[in-house]
Design a protein around this ligand. Structure first.
Ligand code: GAP
Length: 516
């Protein structure tokens, strides 16, 4: 059946996630808690499959990378050493009329993005006008309107960077006022001063009677790896270069958490710190960039959906950094960060703890603090990238419509649905027999309710790659039909061949083989 595909907007994806048990607003019966979400019955399966894909690719397929699972609570000095107590801040501004709160840097960035949009419009218009003979580079460097707008962007960016670097919040406010930036909700330009806001959540350890200590919910999983560097290196007899990986929750009191699960206050990270010999870090940084983009592209979500964004303004401890950006429904945004973090973290923990965090190189017969290349991806952002690129609304040849999640089969929450064609004539009993075998191998679902077409649509909507239908012929010759989700094509196989046929298509191994 022919199809016209349309990808979904963020609004449709949010509604679909809720309707089909992927993601619910947290504590919804109390009207929810802002920027906090719960993963439902299919969401948790998809999330676990993404974790498995990452863990297998990063830990189990690399002999020199091991995993840990550190506690969320850490000694408070950890966050002093890492710089989070003093510098994990965002500049905050309130609108006095609307009482809405914003990140001052975001207001300025959004303003710059609008000017960039104007340049893009000029380029698109000219490309249409000149056709094949259009030279974009030449146009960008000669068109007076483009040059004027580019100069405006450069001037704003230079002043903004200076204000950020020098924490000159008075000038940041002055810039917002001079640019005439208005509250996007109310249109008011009546702003408070800009002030720093630390993003770490704190709580207290122990009862007040004992003299409670202020501790933090970790804002990144990475520090749990750094403080365990020596434990793992010694007990695992690891030799440089080697990596430590971890998947776990992180918490940030984001001033504005928005765009569904893109920016949340409680989220999950998959991070890996790769410890290398000083001087070799940039070579490893390049290698990890290539390894990580390959991991993403193997999923088949569309190569055009990814791009690297190299950081021009590096944090003081980094000597190279980039983001892998993904084309989300709201445009290209950061999905994963790859950072060459030098020896900043281990050295800071050495200083604050008084413990040596070094590696003795037996060849050179000397000890050194290793350099670190980090890969850090948000699990929830990865979930959104997958969901948004796989969500398709299709019009079929017969005029009907369907919503289908074209998930990579290895990640699909349910791999196979077992469906008796009718709920009588011994078909449900035969289908149960097949289900009992299939469920030992894959996450499978038995469904005998409603017409077969309706059941196919339900499975399409949750991304089940295969539906197995048991009909009257099954009772005669022990064959079943397999319906493939994307093409909707059906083929007949014997029950004996069924598991092998499905395994070949849905196994994680097939995906992982593309990486080696
Ligand atoms: N250890 C390095 C680190 O934490 P980061 O760029 O702050 O670096 C890494 O975060 C990744 O974590 C991001 O690329 C993003 O995918 C994810 N992430 C960060 N903040 C997030 C939030 N508020 N909600 C969801 N994911 C977030």
């Amino acid at each position: 059946m022919a199809k016209i595909e349309e990808s979904g907007s963020l609004k449709n994806i949010i509604a679909h996630s809720k309707e089909y048990g992927f993601i619910f607003p947290s504590s919804e019966i109390y009207d929810g808690l802002s920027a906090t979400y719960d993963y439902g019955q299919y969401g948790v399966e998809l999330k676990n499959n993404i974790k498995q894909y990452w863990w297998k690719a990063m830990v189990q397929m690399n002999e020199n990378i091991v995993g840990i699972d550190a506690a969320i609570f850490m000694h408070p000095t950890t966050w002093k050493a890492s710089g989070h107590v003093d510098a994990f801040n965002d500049p905050l501004i309130d609108n006095k009329d609307s009482k809405k709160r914003y990140r001052a840097d975001n207001l300025i960035e959004d303003y710059v993005a609008k000017i960039e949009g104007k340049i893009k419009k000029e380029v698109d218009k000219a490309a249409k006008r000149f056709g094949d003979s259009f030279d974009e580079e030449q146009f960008l460097s000669t068109n007076p309107r483009v040059l004027q707008n580019q100069e405006k962007i450069d001037t704003i960016n230079a002043r903004f960077k200076k204000a950020m670097d020098e924490e000159d919040f008075a000038d940041m406010k002055a810039l917002i006022e001079e640019l005439g930036i208005a509250d996007p909700v109310s249109g008011s330009k009546n702003w408070t001063d800009v002030r720093q806001f630390n993003l770490m959540f704190s709580t207290e350890l122990g009862s007040l009677a004992e003299g409670a200590n202020k501790i933090y919910l970790r804002p990144e999983t990475a520090q749990g790896i750094f403080v365990n560097y020596l434990n793992v290196q010694k007990t695992g007899r690891m030799r440089i270069p080697f990596g430590i990986a971890q998947i776990g929750k992180a918490f940030r009191n984001e001033i504005i958490a928005r765009q569904f699960i893109f920016r949340m206050r409680e989220f999950e990270q998959m991070e890996m710190q790769f410890f290398v010999k000083p001087g070799e870090e940039l070579e490893w940084y390049e290698k990890w960039k290539q390894t990580r983009i390959k991991w993403h592209k193997a999923l088949g979500l569309g190569e055009e959906n990814y791009r690297f964004h190299d950081h021009l303004n590096l944090a003081h401890y980094a000597n190279a950094a980039c983001d892998i950006e993904f084309d989300f429904p709201m445009g290209f945004k950061e999905l994963e960060g790859i950072h060459s973090r030098t020896d900043f973290d281990l050295k800071a923990h050495e200083e604050h703890s008084g413990k040596k965090l070094q590696f003795f190189d037996p060849v050179e017969e000397k000890s050194y603090v290793p350099y670190v290349v980090e890969t850090s991806i948000g699990l929830d952002r990865m979930f959104l990238a997958i969901l948004s690129s796989c969500y398709k609304e299709e019009k079929l040849e017969d005029g009907s419509e369907r919503t289908v999640l074209q998930l990579p089969p290895a990640l699909a929450p349910v791999k196979v649905a077992v469906l008796p064609l009718v709920n009588k004539d011994g078909l449900p009993e035969k289908a149960r027999e097949i289900m009992d075998e299939v469920k030992l191998e894959f996450n499978a679902q038995f469904d005998a309710k409603d017409a077969i077409g309706k059941r196919y649509r339900r499975q399409d909507a949750i991304g089940t790659p295969y539906c197995v239908t048991i009909d009257h012929q099954t009772l005669e010759d022990n064959t079943v039909t397999i319906r493939e989700r994307d093409s909707m094509a059906q083929s007949r196989v014997t029950v004996d061949e069924l598991i092998k046929t499905l395994s070949d298509s849905v196994s994680m191994t097939k995906l992982l083989k593309q990486l080696s």
